[in-house]
Design a protein around this ligand. Structure first.
Ligand code: ADP
Ligand code: 5GP
Length: 188
C-alpha cells in the first residue's frame, strides 16, 4: 500500500503552492493530491473537480450520511472533507496520496490510518500569514481575520506532527518536502 501524507498549516502558509510545485517537478513519481469536497464558494480560477468538489451543504451532508468521507470538519465557517474514493483506491494501486487538510481532519485520519505521515507547513514569522493572504487577494476582510486568528491554534494542534517544514523560501520548502517523501516513498 502506497503511503498517505498529510500536510497541514495555517491558512496562507503556502500548502497549495508547495504541493503544486512539488507535483509539477516530479511527473514520474506516482503521487497525487486528493481533491477534497467543500461547501465554500470557488475562488476565481478554481475548478470543480480540480481544486475541490464544490458542493452545496445539502449534498455535502448527504455524502456524510452515506459514509463517503474518510474525514470531514468545519473549517473557517465551511465544511471540508476527504472522500474515501480519492484516497484508498489509489494507495492500493501503489499511488501515494497527499492530503491538504486542517488539524481536525488530520487527527481523524491518523486514528483510522496510523501509518499516515503528518507534515506541518509553517513560516518563521507569524505576520507572514496575513501578508500572504492579503497579497493573494482571495478573502473578504471577515474571512481573512478568521483565518489569521486561527493560525496559532493550528500550530498548537499540530505540535505532535512527525515533520515540520518551514516555507519562508518556496524552493527550500519544496526541497524539504521532497526529501521527506523520497525517504518514505523512494522511486525504486
Ligand atoms: P495555503 O494553501 O496554505 O492557504 P497558498 O499556497 O494559497 O497557501 O499561498 C498563500 C499565498 O502565499 C499565495 O499567494 C502564494 O503565492 C504565496 N506564497 C506561497 N509560498 C510562498 C513563499 N515561500 N514566499 C512568498 N509567498 C509565498
Ligand atoms: P481553503 O479554503 O483555503 O482552500 O482551505 C481552508 C482550510 O481547509 C485549509 O487549512 C485546508 O487545509 C483545509 N482543508 C481543505 N480540504 C480539507 C478537507 O478535506 N478536510 C479538512 N479537514 N480540511 C480541509
Amino acid at each position: 500500500m502506497a503511503p498517505l501524507f498529510i500536510l497541514s498549516g495555517p491558512s496562507g502558509c503556502g500548502k497549495s503552492t508547495v504541493i503544486r510545485t512539488l507535483l509539477a517537478s516530479e511527473p514520474d513519481r506516482p503521487l497525487r493530491l486528493s481533491v477534497s469536497a467543500t461547501t465554500r464558494k470557488a475562488r476565481p480560477g478554481e475548478e470543480h473537480g480540480v481544486h475541490y468538489w464544490f458542493w452545496q451543504r445539502d449534498q455535502f451532508l448527504q455524502e456524510v450520511e452515506a459514509g463517503a468521507f474518510l474525514e470531514w470538519a468545519e473549517v473557517y465557517g465551511n465544511c471540508y472533507g476527504t472522500l474515501q474514493r480519492e484516497v484508498g483506491p489509489y494507495r492500493q494501486q501503489g499511488i501515494g496520496v497527499i492530503l491538504d487538510i486542517d488539524t481536525q481532519g488530520a487527527r481523524q485520519v491518523k486514528q483510522q490510518c496510523p501509518d499516515a505521515i503528518r507534515i506541518l507547513l509553517r513560516t518563521s514569522s507569524m505576520s507572514a500569514y496575513e501578508e500572504r493572504l492579503k497579497k493573494r487577494g482571495t478573502e473578504t476582510e471577515e474571512s481573512l481575520q478568521r483565518r489569521v486568528a486561527a493560525a496559532q491554534r493550528e500550530l498548537d494542534r499540530a505540535a505532535d506532527y512527525e515533520y515540520t517544514v518551514i516555507n519562508d523560501d518556496l524552493e527550500t520548502a519544496v526541497a524539504a518536502l521532497r526529501k521527506i517523501i523520497e525517504r518514505l516513498f523512494p522511486k525504486d
